[in-house]
Write a protein that binds this ligand. Structure first.
Ligand SMILES: Cc1ncc(COP(=O)(O)O)c(C=O)c1O
Length: 249
């Protein structure tokens, strides 16, 4: 899996990204310690804060009052938050958001690494990103320290399929695995593991081809809907200064 997606280490989990994001959090942050987190995080992140006694430093997402949706924070916002909390143990960002809006992961990774802080990405909605260049940036390709994906969301895994990915030396994969062992079930489902591995193989062998036709289909569908009277498909409106860096089609 790691070879396929450009990570140094990867491993499967059968407890959903709800457990995987908590695992990431407690791999870098202890009780009473600070973690910078964007405020539109999934409820599993909020549960992780409560259970682990982490002190969250909230990073405000960019809120679009016209479209009523949130964009991930920009690198400037993350930099400012890090400057104000030099004792923070790291940064956790959700990208893509459930609106499909994506952060500038390369720039945020650079901001974090300038302060020698790990960037953790809740990439639950991004399991497909490594497999086609026309999709938004994949965390491992820009040197992000760790990310998790839910394969039942944007891949063909069974429910609760999740994958951990690690790059560099700010996150110790052995510690990550131990923390996962603390939180997850002792009765991992072989069905989930088998489906995950089948998906990994399918993506390694045919991911580019399958996603290319999916992207074509998405473009055609968007254009067809856009032609219907009274309907306009949003797209370009999501990106630009103060908005998302890019969107997942
Ligand atoms: C952004 C985000 N992170 C984490 C999760 C949790 O993932 P899972 O359903 O695999 O436990 C979700 C689920 O919807 C999510 O949207």
């Amino acid at each position: 899996m790691a070879d396929t997606v450009g990570a140094d280490h990867a491993f499967f989990s059968t407890c959903g990204s709800s457990i995987s994001v908590k695992t990431l959090m407690i791999s870098v942050t202890g009780p009473e310690e600070k973690l910078l987190i964007n405020r539109n995080a999934h409820k599993s992140v909020v549960a992780g804060i409560i259970i682990a006694g982490i002190q969250p430093v909230w990073i405000e997402p960019r809120w679009d009052a016209d479209l009523h949706l949130a964009y991930p924070p920009g690198p400037d916002t993350v930099e400012e938050a890090l400057r104000g909390h030099v004792d923070a143990k790291g940064v956790l960002v959700v990208s893509p958001t459930d609106y499909g809006t994506c952060a500038d992961l390369k720039a945020i990774t650079e901001v974090c690494h300038r302060q020698n802080k790990p960037l953790l990405v809740d990439e639950a909605w991004g399991a497909h990103l490594p497999f086609h260049p026309d999709l938004p940036e994949w965390a491992m390709n820009v040197g992000t320290d760790a990310c998790v994906t839910s394969v039942h969301k944007m891949g063909s895994g069974l429910e609760q399929s999740s994958v951990f990915h690690v790059r560099g030396d700010r996150i110790d994969p052995a510690v990550l695995k131990q923390r996962e062992d603390m939180l997850s079930t002792t009765s991992s489902s072989p069905l989930i593991y088998a489906a995950l591995d089948g998906w990994r193989r399918q993506m390694a062998e045919r991911g580019h081809e399958l996603l290319a036709s999916t992207l074509d289909l998405a473009r055609e569908t968007r254009a067809a809907i856009d032609r219907l009277p009274g309907l306009a498909v949003l797209g370009e409106e999501f990106t630009g200064p103060g908005k998302a860096f890019e969107i997942a089609p």
